[in-house]
Design a protein around this ligand. Structure first.
Ligand code: HEM
Ligand SMILES: *[C@@H]1O[C@H](CO)[C@@H](O)[C@H](O)[C@H]1NC(C)=O
Ligand SMILES: *[C@@H]1O[C@H](CO)[C@@H](O)[C@H](O)[C@H]1NC(C)=O
Length: 341
């Protein structure tokens, strides 16, 4: 590149960075057509597989959407959550919010192996998860958004970051706001994204305290849930996050909150006399507004800190780190060398 062009380029990049306009930088690196010549069958493969899996088990759409959120919130959408633990590697799957809870790994693995058969070594697991999450929402009747592609897969994962980046269901409104702000989201975006709890299920252990000990809950709703969730047992019994339409992506989550039928403590925090009440009311009255805010916020989530270019790699199997070098097996030397290599 001639030096004046190089300077212009650097000036643009630096000014974008100074503006804090990270989205613009990331959007320039990812694009919708990234695989259109190298793997034209990618989108139909993912869409078809997501559809089949949801027809077999409607909850799977919810599980895949959550997997994507838990991937993106921990050091970006880099497929790190997909890495299995091994005797010498601790990933994110046993982090507090994922252990015995995150699911859908098999579906992503199956999609990946079909994609590998068509276009070996081309498509990252991180991109497959990003497409599958969008297709899941669409398949359940929710809004769509563009999925820009070209993410690469992380070589590492961080259980500590997963523990600290994903808020617990015991969180207060203030904690939810802070946690999403750290990831770059406004309070309004946090509320819109929480609308994902219009699909899927939660385990008794995550709402036990609420249905026995909280007062901002509909007594009828609580009584019904107590049947499925005894005070000191049934930890893994399931209840729907949206009891009205658990497998339809609509705005009933917000209507439930207004009648004190949020399942998790964190859900009801969004409508409990605080600053987000008015947003919940808006979304409960205006499904179209919820759809457009949700899809815009998901688009933004999908751009969180991806690895691009020659960073990271394209895994062959989503659960396994690539053996980049024989050096990988030498302890201590490896992390820094892997960075250079
Ligand atoms: C606002 C903070 C959030 C908290 C505290 C939270 C917490 C939880 C908890 C505790 C569960 C149940 C897990 C279990 O019992 O196994 C759950 C399920 C779920 N979450 Fe969230 N979540 C939050 C935000 C989000 C966001 C932003 C999304 C996606 C955009 C999302 C998508 C889901 C889905 C779809 C399920 C159902 C999964 C299934 O059925 O397999 N959540 N969440
Ligand atoms: C993450 O949380 C889990 C469950 O609370 C805990 O067992 C684990 O040690 C934590 N990991 C790190 C690295 O803090
Ligand atoms: C409800 O609160 C009481 C008193 O603090 C406590 O002993 C009990 O374990 C709580 N029950 C649940 C299910 O959290």
């Amino acid at each position: 590149m001639p030096s004046n062009q190089l300077i212009t380029f650097l000036v643009i990049v630096v000014s974008l960075l100074l503006q804090g306009n990270n989205n613009a930088v990331v959007e320039a690196q990812l694009n919708q057509d990234f695989y259109s010549s190298t793997c034209p069958s990618l989108l139909p493969i993912v869409r078809g597989a997501v559809r089949t899996n949801i027809l077999l088990e409607p909850r799977m759409g919810a599980s895949i959407l959550r997997l994507f959120y838990h991937d993106c919130f921990v050091n970006g959408c880099d497929g790190s959550i997909l890495l299995d633990d091994t005797s010498s590697f601790t990933g994110e799957q046993n982090a507090a919010s994922n252990r015995n809870s995150a699911r859908g790994f098999n579906v992503i693995d199956n999609i990946k192996s079909r994609v590998e058969r068509e276009c070996p070594g081309i498509v990252s697991c991180a991109d497959i998860l990003a497409i599958a999450a969008r297709d899941s929402v669409v398949q359940l009747g929710g809004p769509s958004w563009d999925v820009l592609l070209g993410r690469r897969d992380a070589r590492t994962a961080s259980q500590a970051a997963a523990n600290s980046s994903i808020p617990a269901p015991t969180s207060s409104l203030r904690e939810l706001i802070t946690s999403f702000r750290k990831a770059g989201f406004t309070t309004r975006e946090m509320v819109a994204l929480s609308g994902a709890h219009t699909i899927g299920q939660a385990q008794c252990r995550n709402f036990q305290t609420r249905i026995y000990n909280e007062t901002n809950i509909s007594p009828f709703f609580a009584a019904r849930l107590r049947l499925k969730c005894p005070p000191t047992s049934g930890d893994r019994n399931l209840a729907s996050l949206d009891y009205l339409t658990p497998f339809v992506f609509d705005n009933n989550y917000f209507r439930n909150l207004m009648s004190q039928k949020g399942l998790l403590h964190s859900d009801q925090e969004l409508f409990n006399g605080g600053s987000t009440d008015s947003i919940v009311r808006e979304y409960s009255q205006n499904p179209t507004l919820f759809r457009s805010d949700f899809s815009a916020a998901m688009f933004k989530m999908s751009l969180l800190n991806p690895l691009t270019g020659s960073d990271g790699d394209v895994r062959q199997i989503c659960g396994r780190r690539r053996r980049t070098m024989w050096l990988e097996n030498i302890p201590n030397v490896t992390p820094s060398l892997n960075k250079i290599l």
